[in-house]
Ligand binder design. Sequence first.
Ligand code: NDP
Ligand code: 2IT
Length: 451
Amino acid sequence: MDKFTQNYVEGFMADVIAKNPGEKEFHQAVREVVESVAPYITSYPHLMDQKILERIVEPERVIMFRVPWMDDRGEIHINRGYRVQCNSAIGPYKGGIRFHASVNLSIMKFLAFEQTFKNALTTLPMGGAKGGSDFYPRGHSDAEVMRFCQSFMTELSRHIGADTDVPAGDIGVGGREIGYLFGQYKRLRDEFSGTLTGKGLAWGGSLLRPEATGYGLCYFTEQMLATRGESFQGKTVIISGAGNVAQYAAQKAMRLGAKVVTLSDSDGFIHDPEGLNEEKMAYVFELKNIRRGRIKEYAAKFPGSTYYPGERPWRIPCDIALPCATQNEIEKADAEALVKGGCRCVAEGANMPTTPEAIRIIQEAGLLYSPGKASNAGGVATSGLEMSQNSMRQHWTAEEVDGYLRRIMQDIHAACLKYGTEPDGTVNYVKGANIAGFIKVAGAMVDQGLV
Ligand code: NDP
Ligand code: 2IT
């Protein structure tokens, strides 16, 4: 980066930090994009004059609201709800809802910002948003989760709609929560519409939406590996998380011939040197999605596997690492451990799971590395396909949806190559994804004038 561009980045970031104090995850996400697009933007004076980047980092709207609810014992609780509507230049706002104790404005803004570029990459017409609450469903009864969801939706329903803003799931929000949210939305608005995605199959959901993020991650990773003449076949894969994304990433990687040896949750990880198989996967689905148990139970069930409390899986030797839990879960020491353990490819299923320092270590060691906004976009892309099916009042087969998903992941990979291939032939997927996403959103903003 030349001196002029470097000064531009630092000046820009100083303004963002002054205007959004303390929002460290938001700063981190913005810096990554600004560093990628600055060399591009500084050579297009009209994008500078139009202050496109300055506009993109200011969400179009931030909604914060009180979510009061009553637990099973009659005690009252007050949580905080959010919806950050970041950008609607290329379509209605679209993005997940996260229910987790750690949720705050910085995390909501970083996720909505990332979503804007990710959704642009999908090739589908979706703007960027994210929402959520500092309520974590884990440990609550179904009745408590339902009352919470109903209270949350009572306010959120004023701000969303099939052509306005279409929420979906994320951490802590799966099929059960989407059901309660949809039920309350329908009741309040008296309309049966595609205002949420991730719905049940009997009430407007799409086949393969539950699988889409994890499957899409593996399709994208296959493309990355193919640039070096490799595939999943015979590779050792380590995965973090044991939720929606991790489960289906594990299933697809296994079916593509890899040996998946770890899964984790926020308490620790399991290492199964023999690797997952269909029987073990069936156990994980039942454990996590029906019984809502903890991953440590896996080690008790399958002899030969070990549970490591309080640890992340990154020190386990592998060929491929798929972080699928949460932001900043691969730090500097973890990246060093990955490199030392022989890892050759890190593809993100989670959003921003790798710290900037860790990314640098991974890239400098010559590993293939893709940012979540490219490699996990299969989830929101399939949400886009669910919206299409809802609008048409039709259902596509699993084969049809899978075909679209594969093609979209290939197209995203091609966009990363187009804008991220360096003179020496290596691919910088961060640069490629950020520039490709930015070009689409920026062009639409210029076309639509100063709004
Ligand atoms: P789930 O709630 O289904 O699973 C989350 C998993 O990550 C759980 O195993 C959870 O463990 C673990 N986890 C959550 N927070 C932390 C934390 N602070 N530290 C360590 N582990 C943690 O969520 P998803 O699988 O849907 O989401 C996982 C990631 O993928 C997120 O980054 C999300 O934004 C991203 N993503 C999700 C998409 C989707 O379609 N669902 C699409 C694209 C990206 P525990 O049970 O202990 O909390
Ligand atoms: O981070 C994400 O892309 C998601 N949580 C999925 C969003 C969606 O609208 O399907």
